[in-house]
Design a protein around this ligand. Sequence first.
Ligand code: DAS
Length: 357
Amino acid sequence: MKRMTAGLRKCGMLVIALSFSALAMAQQKPQVVILATGGTIAGAGADATNSATYQAAKVPVDKLIAGIPQLNDIASVRGEQVFQVASESLRNDNLLTLGKRVSELAKRDDVDGIVITHGTDTTEETAYFLNLVVHTDKPIVVVASMRPGTAMSADGTLNLFNAVSVAGNKESRSRGVLVVMNDEINSARDVSKMINIRPDAFKSPWGALGMIVEGKSYWFRRLDKRHTNASEFDIDKIKSLPLVEIAYAGGNVNDTAYRAFAQAGAKAIIHAGPGNGSVAGPLVPVLQDIHKQGIQIIRSSHVNAGGFVLRNAEQPDDKYDWIVAHDLNPQKARILASVALATTNNTKELQRIFWQY
Ligand code: DAS
């Protein structure tokens, strides 16, 4: 009897010791929250050969996490399904909802990093938005995939594993919101989807911040523009995002879209122009007339590998009181204009903001 009691006691002690060490192990592992919004990374196709034909936003976050058991080796992960949509359908209100949830989680002591799974179409917009308005130095990583998990050589699994690894790494702190895809770590501010059919779709015209290989990050540079804790914009103070529209211009451009946007109540129009955000001659008086109605005119460039719009180069911006989007593409210029117009409509202030963010 005595021997049995002693044996049971030893067993009990062992169980307690093991659970403490498991707890210690869990506590040593970074705590990462995955916020799922949909997209191809949650997509499903009918056949393994369907790398481009599939339905986005089908697989729930818990299944995404369960599909990568190796996540448990690098972090204590928990998931939340915020939305389940293809990202082209996301609205400004969705951005506010997501931003507020990220901000709440970033304030918690039991959260070391946040990953957002997202569709590729507007990854750059959501990531840039969070970069502007969430005040934290904790890693926030947006991740997507070009192929659904059902396809051969699907990229989502490794992208998500890498994203969790980056989000759980203290070295990733204070670098702004990051986009992890195809082994690269890019800045949310610089990166955009430049090719829409290959795993190497996302590029930054000024280069990636780092690489991630087998779960280890290698850093090369930092973002110079203002972001996160250094931003003057705060998600907790933004009630709504003013309407900003994008008018795409090439040859033979007419004023129809610009006038319709003004009529519809846009507070700013992003002129997505060719080259240096060029404005066709007949369009100039139209934009001047629209600006007289109190609507901001912001010249951006739709060139592929990174536009760079200079003030007073081919357009007398000072004379017309127009704004230039610097190197931001039209879709990012829309995000920044919308966030900025929530606090000011002063042209000079807006131009400062476009130089700094
Ligand atoms: N429609 C795309 C989106 O949801 C699918 C994807 O590439 O993620 O952004």
